[in-house]
Design a protein around this ligand. Structure first.
Ligand code: AMP
Ligand code: MG
Length: 346
């Protein structure tokens, strides 16, 4: 289907990301060599031997995602303080991000600041909708109880529902399984003027699908490159892509699952399958590390959000969305010709 529209505080800066996009091949290759060497070393430390073959395949592909010429790259601001942006072409591990980090924020000030950031999002969304030229796709991934639903509810409060589509992706239907794995996501990519939100996304096809062995290894292995190509297509078609990984600790997940069991009002959220999935915590971590490393590109980098503290998480995500919309700089369209001096008859 085609579409016609158009660091933590120490994370990479936008300038750096865009610089990567505009570098020439030669510079890229020597950087690649060094990154691959470091990646192989990190691999040996971080991953169990059973995934060694896959690790080699992943590292061989690091940094090979095609870049966009600078004039077609979307305007990407630096992510909000506290967020760690995965530098494209490098090996990344969640073990280096503290899920308790708050970006230097205090709870009271974060809550107070959020209201103002929501207002910014609201005003910018109105312009994006009126402009009807480009779109924003916000992707959320996390382990079960990671806070995807809560973040969406909090950050998008006040946004005009008409200009926003939220899609929650579940186990694919029989119809969806009859198509290529990206079909159901492409179908829901936001059209001109819209903010699209993916609650889970095409990344499930290299996460749960990999961990549960739902397709052969060679099939999910190919998907990283296909995902990068898909996101490149969307970007070139006028969609700015923001990808957030909400990072919680294993202890925090235990507390959240217990809260769902203890509070009758939260029983509906408790899925016994989450306990089975929790046993695969380490396998998910390996799959997350690989997806974040392989699919952080100059045009659609991954942002890892420390998410144990909900109030800090909400502000970090909201700020990054507001800053991204601001960098996109949507404009109200010019008034139609001939309306100056018109009056409305009684
Ligand atoms: P939830 O988001 O908690 O309502 O659960 C949705 C479930 O659908 C999760 O267990 C996901 O792992 C699962 N899911 C989402 N996408 C896929 C996919 N492409 N293949 C298999 N399972 C999926
Ligand atoms: Mg669930």
């Amino acid at each position: 289907m085609s579409k016609t529209n158009g660091k933590d505080a120490g994370g990479p800066e936008t300038g750096k990301i865009r610089e990567t996009a505009s570098q020439g091949d030669v510079e890229h290759k020597s950087k690649d060599k060094k990154a691959k060497k470091e990646a192989r070393k990190a691999r040996a430390d971080d991953h169990p031997p059973s995934s060694a073959a896959w690790a080699r395949a992943v590292d061989a592909g690091l940094g090979t995602a095609p870049s966009l010429s600078p004039h077609r790259a979307p305007p990407l601001p630096r992510a909000a303080p506290g967020i760690v942006t995965v530098e494209p072409g490098t090996r990344f591990s969640l073990s280096h991000v503290d899920p308790d980090a708050t970006g230097g924020l205090e709870k009271a000030e974060a809550k107070a600041a959020l209201a103002g950031v929501r207002e910014r999002i609201k005003a910018l969304q109105e312009k994006l909708y009126a402009e009807h030229a480009r779109s924003l796709l916000v992707v959320f991934q996390a382990i079960d109880t990671g806070g995807k639903d809560g973040t969406i509810r909090s950050v998008l409060e006040g946004v005009n529902p008409q200009g926003c589509r939220v899609w929650s992706f579940k186990v694919p239907s029989a119809e969806e399984l009859d198509q290529d794995f990206l079909w159901r996501y492409h179908l829901r990519a936001p059209g001109r003027g819209l903010i699209g939100v993916f609650n889970r996304s095409h990344y499930e096809d290299v996460l749960v699908v990999r961990v549960k062995g739902l397709v052969p290894e060679e099939t999910w292995c190919e998907r990283y490159g296909l995902i990068n190509d898909f996101e490149r297509l969307l970007t070139l078609s006028g969609t700015t892509i923001l990808k957030f990984f909400l990072h919680i600790s294993k202890d925090e997940q235990k507390e959240r699952l217990e809260a769902r069991l203890e509070d009758p009002d939260k029983h509906w959220k408790f899925d016994p399958a989450d306990l089975t999935e929790r046993k695969s915590w380490d396998a998910y971590r390996t799959a997350f590390d690989d997806a974040l490393s392989r699919c952080s590109t100059p045009y659609a980098p991954w942002h890892v959000v420390p998410a144990n503290r909900k109030w800090a998480r909400n502000l970090m995500v909201a700020r990054t969305i507001a800053d991204t919309l601001e960098a996109m700089d949507p404009q109200f369209p010019p008034a139609r010709e001939g309306i100056a001096g018109l009056t409305v008859p009684d």
